[in-house]
Ligand binder design. Structure first.
Ligand code: UDX
Ligand code: UDX
Length: 471
């Protein structure tokens, strides 16, 4: 039997494996939809304690915006992919349980502001052991501190009723906005297990899922702790590149060097590589800051102060970059934005998502409001979340999906998300309807700065010379 034959469906109703995913978020939802599509002989249940979220997963109005996701969900929902709130029943029936509940940064007590809050994780472990009636493989999908599996195993073992639970680490590397493509064509899948007979067998079962569509060389197996730590390190390295290029962008603004030329020149060195070198107003997203702070906390807890400080600087640099952007806006607009109307183009933490978690736009808008600017926020997908993030400023901000209407009568535009649509707007029309002198601050370096300057704008990109019409 070839490995491909192994996965052929064996007639109607045949179910090779029952998979449960606890946590129907940005990670759990898309990952399970793709597994369901690629593994038609598996039954996949996705459960969540949030009833409203589940209702949306069962509708055409999915709870998250992700290009291509609805198409995949529509193909498999009700066939071998099911969304519900039946956590206990799901646990009882499953062979394999993926856990992708959130692990936010702790806001209280020891490690507040840095360590992961593992309370949901622990709760899930208790629920599993309470409802299980057969052996299970438990897969850590959420990003977790290194050695979390050990804590999980201790909880499971202490209450195991003679059952065997094998804990596997299988971190998710998908990026939002490209989740479906990343899942289908990711660089690698990482599976960490104990090197025992049962641990290796469980890792094989998880590898079998991915073998349905990924070649063998993309499936990496490691020990449990390497897998857990690799996920934190991957995010830390990616964020570090952005903080590194952003630190140089500040220097460029002082020296007439051009950050885009520098990114291109250094990226051509194959040892450095060209990706993730776009200077910006700062990185956002649910993972980078949380995971680095977690790494910092772990290093500190092992007494590795220098290691902790080294990585902490990546987050500090990002916060500095956000502050610098606002400071520059204020300085260039004649040292005050008070009473001035500013249009924010883009509130999502990156393009092609409605997600605003840790978006630099939150900090930029809050600071501008402190300076008493009048803010109009525009975004094609993130206005719903923006309103939640900025609830405390209700009444002080207006929201306008149409960027032309948003910019009307404004003194300035700040581009904070790299949405493609902002590149193709009719800036002549926008300029005509703005107050003069008109300013544009491109926090993502996506616009044609020369063209904007020729229209009449005073243009302030990141990490390159400003273009103004002032003497
Ligand atoms: C993200 C990261 O991708 C992940 O690696 C990190 O560890 C946590 O945050 P994400 O899918 O984006 O995961 O999180 P989120 O969209 O918040 O989804 C988590 C889901 O788990 C929520 O829908 C929440 O309701 C659910 N949940 C949480 C449960 O079902 N049970 C719980 O006990 C707690
Ligand atoms: C990240 C990781 O890429 C992914 O592998 C992991 O599973 C989860 O965390 P995500 O946060 O969804 O994914 O988006 P990503 O594309 O990494 O962007 C993160 C932030 O960095 C965004 O705010 C983005 O705009 C910013 N960014 C990215 C830059 O400012 N410059 C760049 O060159 C690249």
């Amino acid at each position: 039997m070839s490995s491909k034959d192994k996965f052929l469906p064996k007639g109607p109703g045949y179910v090779e494996k029952k998979i449960l995913c606890i946590g129907a978020g940005y990670v759990g939802g898309p990952t399970m939809a793709v597994i369901a599509e690629k593994c038609p002989e598996y039954r996949i249940d996705v459960v969540d304690i949030d009833k409203k979220r589940i209702e949306r997963w069962n509708s055409d109005d999915l709870p998250i915006y992700e290009p291509g996701l609805l198409e995949v969900v529509e193909k498999v929902r009700g066939k071998n992919l099911f969304f519900s709130t039946h956590v206990a029943e799901g646990i009882e029936n499953a062979d394999i349980i993926f856990v992708s509940v959130n692990t936010p940064t702790k806001t209280f007590g020891e490690g507040a502001g840095m360590a992961s809050n593992l309370q949901y994780w622990e709760e899930v472990a208790h629920q599993i052991v309470k409802n299980a009636k057969s052996n299970k493989i438990i897969v850590e999908k959420s990003t977790l501190p290194v050695r979390t599996a050990q804590a999980m195993e201790r909880i499971l073992k202490a209450n195991c009723k003679g059952l065997k639970f094998e804990v596997i680490s299988n971190p998710e590397f998908l990026a939002e906005g490209t989740a479906i493509n990343d899942l289908l064509h990711g660089d690698r899948v990482l599976i960490g297990s104990h090197k025992t007979k049962s641990g290796l067998a469980a890792a094989e079962e998880i590898a079998d899922i991915y073998r349905h569509w990924l070649p063998e060389e993309k499936i990496i197996t490691t020990n449990l702790w390497s897998s857990e730590l690799s996920k934190l390190v991957a995010n830390a390295f990616l964020a570090q590149r952005i903080s590194s290029i952003n630190s140089i962008s500040a220097l460029c603004e002082k020296t007439d060097a051009d950050i885009s030329e520098i990114s291109y020149a250094i990226g051509k060195d194959s040892r450095i590589g060209s990706k993730f070198l776009n200077a910006s107003v700062g990185f956002g997203g649910s993972c980078f800051k949380k995971d680095i702070l977690n790494l910092v906390y772990i290093a500190k807890s092992y007494g590795l102060t220098e290691v902790a400080e080294y990585w902490h600087q990546v987050v500090k640099m990002n916060e500095y970059q956000e502050r610098l952007f606002v400071r520059r806006m204020i300085k260039e607009m004649f040292n005050t934005v008070s009473g001035k109307k500013i249009a924010i183009f883009g509130f999502a933490f990156k393009a092609d998502t409605g997600d605003t978690r840790e978006s630099p736009a939150i900090e930029v808008v809050s600071k501008l409001l402190e300076e008493r600017a009048k803010i109009v926020i525009s975004d094609p997908k993130a206005l719903e979340n923006a309103k939640i993030d900025l609830k405390e400023f209700e009444g002080e901000i207006s929201y306008e999906e149409d960027p032309y209407k948003a910019a009307k009568d404004c003194h300035a535009i700040a581009v904070l998300t790299e949405w493609n649509m902002y590149k193709d707007l009719d800036y002549n029309k926008i300029y005509d309807n703005m107050r003069k002198p008109a300013f544009i601050f491109d926090g993502r370096n996506i616009l044609n700065h020369e063209e904007l300057y020729n229209i009449g704008f005073n243009v302030f990109p990141i990490g390159k010379g400003q273009m103004t019409h002032f003497e």
